[in-house]
Ligand binder design. Structure first.
Ligand SMILES: NC(=O)c1ccc[n+]([C@@H]2O[C@H](COP(=O)([O-])OP(=O)(O)OC[C@H]3O[C@@H](n4cnc5c(N)ncnc54)[C@H](OP(=O)(O)O)[C@@H]3O)[C@@H](O)[C@H]2O)c1
Length: 268
């Protein structure tokens, strides 16, 4: 596993984390898969109050040390008292005393960002959360959120990014790199779409590249994301087989030429 600095905090998180959206189908299997990941170098686990998977994460981390828990407050809870209540509820469901990264799940224009960030800073001062992050924020929204904070920094922005979804390359990726912000890539395997017929050309390219390194197309797709300095990825995997494959995707390096070939292959 490789580890990257979270923002400019000096703290290291695994470049491959685990996402938990849509877990809950087979909790015993998922807890086993999460536990395996944590015991094998993954320290970043991502959840959200909206996913209903905080109790599963709580079960998986129970008795394990060195886990970095990222969860999210839902936009309809962005009023001051609701943020505080949502945080306390997440702490209880996770069974922890503090959340490592507390993220605003999506921007919410109907509630002043100053009010939300005031609550986030209070939670940080009270030791209930360690770091503040956002998700699905554009560069402008990020700047506005940043300006609403008195002392704290926003250390990360979680957005969709994969070989198929390249929006962050239109400004956000550069912004994160320049400003020392971690870009947490969600749906990094394009939710399984790489196997759809309409993306077969891209899958063929990934497969051809993967054959040089003896790696699967998923491992090439994840490793390509990790080649971007500010990026860590949080694939969701319920199966042990997928989890093992995703952990191993951080254990090799694509050549500059192969990274360039994938960079240049813009999906239609
Ligand atoms: N902030 C946001 O708004 C937001 C939005 C969406 C997602 N997220 C976060 O990002 C995480 C990941 O995104 P996602 O769940 O949408 O999609 P994803 O990680 O791109 O894809 C998940 C799918 O890929 C399969 N998979 C995983 N590893 C694989 C492998 N090595 N080979 C083949 N298939 C593999 C999984 O199967 P199995 O589960 O059967 O193993 C699952 O069906 C979420 O769980 C969530 O934590 C955040």
């Amino acid at each position: 596993m490789i580890y990257k600095e979270l923002g400019r905090t000096g703290e290291k998180i695994s470049a491959i984390g685990i996402g938990t959206w849509k877990m809950g189908v087979n909790p015993d299997k998922e807890v086993k898969s999460l536990g395996y990941a944590i015991d094998n170098g993954v320290n970043l686990v991502d959840t959200a109050e909206m996913y209903g998977t905080e109790p599963i994460v709580g079960r998986a981390i129970s008795g394990r040390k060195e886990v970095f828990i990222a969860t999210k407050v839902s936009p309809h809870h962005f009023k001051h008292d609701d943020v505080v209540r949502a945080c306390n509820d997440s702490l209880r469901r996770l069974g922890v005393e503090r959340i490592d990264l507390y993220q605003l799940h999506w921007p919410n224009r109907s509630i002043p960002i100053k009010e939300t960030m005031r609550a986030m800073e209070e939670l940080k001062a009270a030791g209930k959360i360690r770091h503040i992050g956002v998700s699905n924020f554009s560069v402008d929204e990020f700047e506005e959120a940043r300006a609403a904070l008195k002392d704290a920094e926003i250390v990360s922005n979680q957005v969709e990014y994969s070989v198929l979804v390249r929006e962050p390359e239109s400004g956000l990726l550069d912004y994160c790199e320049k400003n020392g912000i971690t870009l947490i890539a969600y749906s990094p395997l394009a939710r399984g779409a790489l196997h759809q017929k309409r993306y077969s050309e891209l899958a063929d390219l990934l497969s051809e590249i993967g054959s040089k390194y003896n790696r699967s197309i998923e491992q090439v797709a994840l490793n390509w994301l990790l080649s971007k300095k500010p990026v860590v990825a949080i694939p969701k995997s319920s199966s042990l087989e997928h989890t093992k494959s995703n952990i191993a995707s951080a254990d090799f390096s694509l050549s500059a030429e192969d990274i360039g070939r994938i960079n240049d292959f813009l999906p239609q």
